[in-house]
Design a protein around this ligand. Structure first.
Ligand SMILES: NC(=O)c1ccc[n+]([C@@H]2O[C@H](COP(=O)([O-])OP(=O)(O)OC[C@H]3O[C@@H](n4cnc5c(N)ncnc54)[C@H](OP(=O)(O)O)[C@@H]3O)[C@@H](O)[C@H]2O)c1
Length: 244
């Protein structure tokens, strides 16, 4: 099923986000199986620096050696010549942040990476990384239900219009009476309203909802053409902020 979802996603113009820790490596193998040889216009973003040795276990390793080795292995497993977007998955508490970013900058100079992004970062990390290399994306958790990183997205929008906050939908978990009421009135799903709200937040917002279903994939793409009214947008924006 994952292979069918990947193929349909690319047919519909979706870009792919993965990480070497997803599996580990399973996600990249599936991408290669489903999509190689890759269309020229397909963008695949991946992440390195956070490992998943087993279920519910996450360990840091954003050391220069690990990032360089991991990037090379990902290229091999995905059968790619170059990684389109390589994102530092999370800053490593025992590796200087600049050392991780300089490694990505070196990999870019060597032609292994086209663009560099960050994930799970604070505004300070973005500013520091940008002193070393241009940063094209920031993948932070931000959704209708979880707005803790809102300051980061807000600042990105105001100051750095070329940086794309990238967010998991977080929408599989959202419900709530307001989402349901608006969704019911429009005969769509609450998750579609949550995605439409995210897209309305900023022209540089790029939600990355996960799904294992072709039907859900279609619904999520359809959400991009939903136009919220000003009232709906304000209501959706205000209600959680007041409650939180
Ligand atoms: N950088 C990070 O540290 C980090 C952390 C977490 C996630 N991510 C990224 O964010 C992406 C999404 O994360 P995620 O998959 O964990 O969470 P998610 O997108 O918030 O939610 C996925 C859940 O929503 C359901 N869903 C999706 N579309 C639906 C629809 N139209 N109707 C009903 N249910 C729907 C899925 O079920 P079905 O499978 O049944 O559709 C799945 O259970 C990941 O692929 C990953 O790349 C990054």
């Amino acid at each position: 099923m994952a292979v069918a979802v990947l193929r349909r996603a690319v047919e519909l113009g979706v870009t792919i986000d993965t990480a070497d820790s997803y599996g580990p490596n399973v996600s990249e193998e599936l991408i290669a199986e489903a999509l190689a040889p890759y269309p020229n216009d397909l963008v695949i973003g991946t992440k390195g620096g956070w490992n998943r040795p087993g279920p519910n276990q996450w360990t840091h390793d954003a050391s220069p050696a690990h990032l360089a080795r991991g990037g090379g292995r990902q290229l091999e497993e995905a059968g790619l010549d170059r990684i389109d977007v390589y994102q530092l998955h999370v800053p490593d508490p025992v590796v200087p942040f600049d050392a991780s970013i300089e490694t990505l900058a070196n990999m870019r100079s060597e032609g292994k990476i086209r663009l560099v992004g960050l994930s799970n970062v604070m505004v300070e990390h973005i500013a520091r990384a940008r002193k070393i290399i241009p940063i094209v994306s920031v993948q932070n958790r931000y959704s209708f239900a979880d707005r803790r990183m809102g300051q980061c997205c807000g600042l990105l929008r105001e100051q750095w219009d070329r940086v794309h906050p990238v967010v998991p939908a977080g929408a599989g978990r959202v419900a709530g009476r307001l989402l349901e009421r608006i969704a019911k009135g429009r005969q769509v799903k609450p998750i579609q309203i949550a995605l439409a709200w995210l897209l309305e937040r900023s022209p540089t917002m790029l939600p990355i909802p996960g799904t294992s279903s072709i039907a859900h994939l279609a619904e999520n793409i359809q959400a991009a053409s939903l136009q919220l009214s000003e009232n709906e947008y304000l209501e959706l924006t205000g209600v959680v902020e007041l409650a939180s």
